[in-house]
Write a protein that binds this ligand. Sequence first.
Ligand SMILES: [Zn+2]
Length: 661
Amino acid sequence: MNRFFLAFCYLLNSVSFSQQTEYVDFKSGTSHILALDPAEKSVMGKVVYEFEILKDIDSVYLDAVNLKHSTVSLDDFEVRHIYDGRHIIVKSHFKAGETHKLFIDWVVQPKQALYFVGDQIWTQGQGKYTSNWLPSIDDVNDKIEFDLSISYNANYEVVANGNLVDVIEKDSIKTWHFNMDKPMSSYLVALAIGNYDKRTETSNSGVPLEFYYYPEDVSKVEPTYRYSKQLFDFMEDEIGVPYPWEIYKQVPVKDFLYSGMENTTLTIFSDALVADSIAFKDRNYVNVNAHELAHQWFGNLVTATNSTHHWVQEGFATYYALLAERAIFGEDYYYWRLYEYAQRLLEQENKGESTALLNPKASSLTFYQKGCWALHILKEQVGEEAFREAVKAYLYKNQFKNVETADFIVEIEKASGQDISEFSKIWLEAIDLPQDAMVKSLKKSDFIREYLEVDCKLHPSKCNDYLVSDISDKAKVKILLQDTYGVKQEDFNNSWEVRQAIAQNLEQIPLNLKENYESLLNDKSYVTVEAALYNLWVNFPEERSKYLEKTKGITGFSDYNVRMLWLALNLNTIEYQSDKKQLVFEELKGYTDPKYGIEARMNAFNFLKLINGFDEESVGNLIDASKHHNWRFQQFAKNLLEELRNRPNYLELIDKNTTKQ
Ligand SMILES: [Zn+2]
């Protein structure tokens, strides 16, 4: 034990773990994942790294967290190495100019970055570190060409970075071989395994596009992936640099940690975004789709050296996603989103939580939305042509390398001939938002000017007529958020979006509007139907059975929003399906089971809380949820458990189940 520590300290004196890129360049990593065991939640694999010595050094290291077992050899020989629980450190007299091969066999039970979820296995490298399942380099500044092979049960589909070269089957185990030609940072290495079918298209430039889906979701493929090819073609045209990789795949997974993650050639996204054509209206994948795609250039092709420059990934991805959406949904949409971003940034500022864009600890809101705004303003300042020229030069010069903000600014100055220091001061370095400049920019849009002008408080005399005038839907929604007293029958002759705002905001339904309001139950929007069902049920108790009968076949979003409301209302409507209450309760409770997605489970737990309906089974599922890999869901479950403990009837139930597990 002591010896180990001494040796380790000595090594620390010779090279610190953050400086290795100066001395060593890892060129390629060829890895074979030999076994992924869902029962043990373990990974067994072997990898060969080729590296070049840039400066003389006495050791090189790889990041590798909590390995259960490892063997290491260098250029076909056993080699002196140290494993400290986080790094594999290999000692030798490495001389500048040499190239070597490092062979590692390992077994690990990853605590994060690779997740076994039901019968799926998927990874999340960014923020979690790929080194939790694959010995690799956490430092984003060493880009490596990764080729992955994965052996797994032949009944499943395996997807990973790069082109699928071949699949070899032996004894019901298939081995999928993937190839990449270009290097990337380790956090972008990814795999996804599950029960999938796929649809394919080809971009205008000839890049294969693969869209994965669960076999049961075949009817949702079109709305889920709507505009995908258009987004891809747009992005290549707009950026002016061809897509840098060989293929582009998108795969939904269960209980994902974020909306989406832009692994190189392989975007993984939350299956909560899988949508039918009705859900598409309110919640769709288009923005996330475009955002992750933009990262294939901004983030994957050029990667920020450290978090001070994180905005050159997230700000650019947010901005280019918005440009792509503008091409589909139009100019008003573009300005609307900018307006929304501005509102949220302003809220942050009012709470005193604003930071500079170049602050490495800035919030996501700052990196993403303020970054997007900065680029919007910069393009206004230097003009479309110079902006595009600069982006192109920036990407070409730094491709497959790492960048800092200055690498972009220098190209902007060159292309525009302008001094950008004032812009940099205001948008990159200052903490406060330049609110006047933002309002001025927003007011270039007629749509926004009208939106700001329309107001019941400023113009009470116009308030009654706004909803039957030809102002935009967004402006009408604004009116409904201010005041619903004046809603009249004609106001229902509006678009689904305005009708939705009526459903959500008109909670006391006057008798003369009852029929109009009931027509909201026919709208093709799950948000509208959910709000309308609830409000009608509350306002007209004598007609509850009618409303429940009308909506009994509607599931709603992937979180079962309409169905679960329906079940809860059913339980509180004694005269409706009085012989089925037990079945109805069982169904509602059933959605707390881990086989459902976290969004559905959260809804179910909330309804059980509301109707005070927890029992042993659902409490067991809640305790299970409090250990979930998704932090947001875990936190939700922990809070709810705490709350339930304070209700005397649950305390015993919770303690009994906690000790059982
Ligand atoms: Zn992003």
